[in-house]
Ligand binder design. Structure first.
Ligand code: SF4
Ligand code: SF4
Length: 293
């Protein structure tokens, strides 16, 4: 199986739009994974039907048993995250503030505190016209994005069966979710926008990706909004020996496709034509059959 992640140094560069479009262009059996769990919307563009939902338990939170608590206050003193407070003689933990370190369970002399698993989100498996999609929803305020990305990929691999391609819509940025998404992948498609800040984001992204050794391909979306910045990014890709496999023009067709919940390849427009040419280049380099219908 070839694992390919579509990545960008920041959100809003068109990564999900591109992933959905690429999905429609692959002839071989494919499974997709939406690893952008903080803003998962690949399911919308692929018109996905959920076939299974599982709870995601990301981290633990402390819980105080009132019947055992003597009110000594040692747990409040020990908690570095100010998650424990007292109200009218009742000691309690704020689950939003609690970081799950379990120090309070150690210092409590009465054994009144235990750790409980917290449901931080949902893990979905869906059917699409192009094969299965593994995706998730992280509940607001949950800080376990990297772990959920790992679960999304794990589920995809468990259901891959005869799939030859795992195409991953990666998370933005260079933090823990990216590391979860990029570990084990064979190739990364790096999507930049024509701006200096996007170039800087890309430089940081490439530094992280290179720790994992995948083949890298560069793409510049909306290149014509600033040809000068696009040329700078193209030059930088060249200096890093990263093949720039294509550019996509600004095209209102893309917004129309996203608003309609469709991959842009459903339309005959300049952006779709560029994306088809980009995928043809990547498929050729990776030895993947293209869809011809
Ligand atoms: S588990 Fe850690 S963060 Fe949570 S309440 Fe206890 S000491 Fe505070
Ligand atoms: S340390 Fe234990 S006994 Fe003391 S206030 Fe906290 S929960 Fe209650």
């Amino acid at each position: 199986m070839i694992q390919i992640a579509v990545l960008s140094g920041k959100g809003g560069t068109g990564k999900t739009m591109l992933t959905a479009a690429f999905t429609t262009l692959i002839q071989e059996p494919i499974i997709t994974a939406d690893a952008d769990v903080d803003a998962a919307n690949l399911a919308l563009l692929l018109d996905a039907d959920i076939i299974s939902t599982e709870p995601f338990y990301g981290m633990e939170s402390a819980k105080i048993d009132e019947t055992l608590c003597t009110g000594c206050g040692l747990c409040e003193e020990a908690c570095r995250f100010d998650a424990i407070s007292e109200d009218n003689g009742v000691w309690m933990v704020d689950p939003i503030q609690c970081e799950g370190c379990a120090v309070c369970t150690v210092v409590c002399p009465s054994g009144a505190i235990h750790m409980e698993k917290i449901r931080n989100g949902d893990l979905f498996l869906s059917n699409t016209r192009f094969g299965l999609l593994s995706h998730a929803r992280l509940y607001p305020g949950s800080g376990t994005t990297g772990l959920l990305v790992h679960e999304v990929k794990k589920q995809a691999l468990a259901h891959a069966l005869d799939a030859r391609i795992l195409l991953i819509d990666g998370p933005p940025g260079i933090g823990c979710p990216l590391i979860s998404a990029v570990s084990g992948v064979d190739a990364c498609i790096l999507v930049a926008e024509p701006s200096i800040s996007s170039l800087h984001d890309m430089q940081r992204l490439v530094r992280v990706c290179r720790q994992f050794g995948p083949r890298l391909y560069g793409v510049i979306n909306k290149h014509d909004l600033s040809q000068k910045a696009a040329d700078q990014i193209t030059d930088w890709f060249a200096s890093e020996n990263i093949p720039c496999v294509g550019t996509i023009p600004f095209d209102e067709c893309v917004a129309k496709a996203v608003r309609g919940g469709k991959p842009v390849t459903a339309f005959d427009c300049p952006a779709a034509q560029s994306i088809k040419a980009i995928w043809a280049e990547i498929a050729d380099k990776e030895g993947i059959d293209e869809r011809t219908d």
